[in-house]
Design a protein around this ligand. Structure first.
Ligand SMILES: [Zn+2]
Length: 314
């Protein structure tokens, strides 16, 4: 298996929303990538400059950060050709690595625009180096800029930031410094969410579990589905009695708490998402919690209920 660390630069409508194609807000103009072997040693690099077809003028924001001009891009190749040679260069047995989750989504959106999504079937498992950096060197939930991580790890700054090839190189250098035991924290991109029950994704980490449901037509359908809303113990996996039934926590997530007679309280959180096709899927995480946490969640549910009732009275 090879690791493909890649980075994209993209442009957007220079005329704002007015000139934007809704299903194609960002047009890729540069692909940069580094190939690493299983020992995370650098084997090869890739760069493609893409001549834009939709937004041919650079947006002022893009122009300000990237080191490219319209003249440079005019010398590029068309996206289908760039994507074709990129995937050919990648080879078959690869694991993609990126800084954050945006690049994989935009790559798929551009592939879809050119009817080339079969080049990258999803859901796509990948290493989110931004997340791995946080887990390895800070706390799980922080998200740092690439430059911050480069400085933190004292990686020699050999090129500009916001150039795809350089950013891919920096991301690769950070990735090489991630301790091996942290690599298990795999991410999954669901722009192409699971289609059937067989495609559903189940990931187990040290202290939590992640389950990505298949797609549904509506939120309601998802919330009525028994598997999507099952609550089970993280330790023994048995379905457990719910002590707090599903409720909306006010930030767009659904929460429920169950209690395993043997192992204690377990929290399930269900995030409802929309995929690239406008279909609905759920990402459910499950973890053990303390009794105090369970009490706190119950109070939150009561508080939200009272708030809603008061609103209605007014
Ligand atoms: Zn249990």
């Amino acid at each position: 298996m090879k690791y493909i660390v890649f980075d994209l630069e993209w442009n957007q409508s220079p005329w704002g929303k007015r000139g934007e194609i809704e299903r194609f807000p960002f047009e890729i103009i540069e692909i940069g990538a580094v190939k690493l072997n299983e020992n995370r040693e650098i084997e090869d690099t890739f760069r493609a400059l893409v001549r834009p077809q939709v937004y041919t003028k650079l947006h002022f924001g893009t122009r300000a950060v990237i080191g490219l001009t319209e003249k440079d891009l005019a010398g590029g190749i068309l996206f289908p050709e760039a994507a074709e040679s990129f995937f050919k260069w990648c080879g078959d047995d690869v694991r993609f690595c990126t800084w954050g989750s945006a690049d994989l989504t935009e790559l798929q959106r551009n592939l879809k625009f050119y009817s080339m999504l079969d080049k990258l079937p999803g859901p796509v498992f990948y290493e989110d180096v931004q997340k791995l950096f946080a887990i390895a060197y800070e706390t799980r939930s922080v998200r740092r800029a690439l430059k911050y991580a480069v400085e933190y790890l004292e990686i020699p700054e050999t090129g500009e930031f916001h150039m795809a090839k350089e950013d891919a190189f920096y991301t690769a250098e950070i990735f090489r410094r991630i301790p091996t035991e942290v690599l298990g924290n795999i991410s999954v991109d669901c722009y192409q969410s699971p289609k059937t029950r067989d495609d559903e994704v189940f990931l187990r980490f040290d202290n939590y579990e992640k389950f990505v449901t298949r797609e549904f037509g509506t939120r309601e359908e998802l919330l009525e589905n028994r598997e999507a809303t099952a609550v089970h113990c993280f330790i023994c996996r048995k379905n457990v009695r719910r002590v707090i039934r599903w409720f909306s926590d006010g930030s767009g997530h659904q929460l429920a708490v169950g209690r395993c007679p043997e192992h204690g309280f377990v929290k399930s959180k269900l995030r409802i998402r929309e995929n690239g096709e406008g279909r609905i899927y759920g990402v459910r995480t499950t973890k053990m919690i303390s009794e105090e946490d369970a009490v706190r969640i119950r109070k939150k549910k009561l508080y939200l209920k009272t708030k809603r009732q008061n609103k209605r009275k007014k």
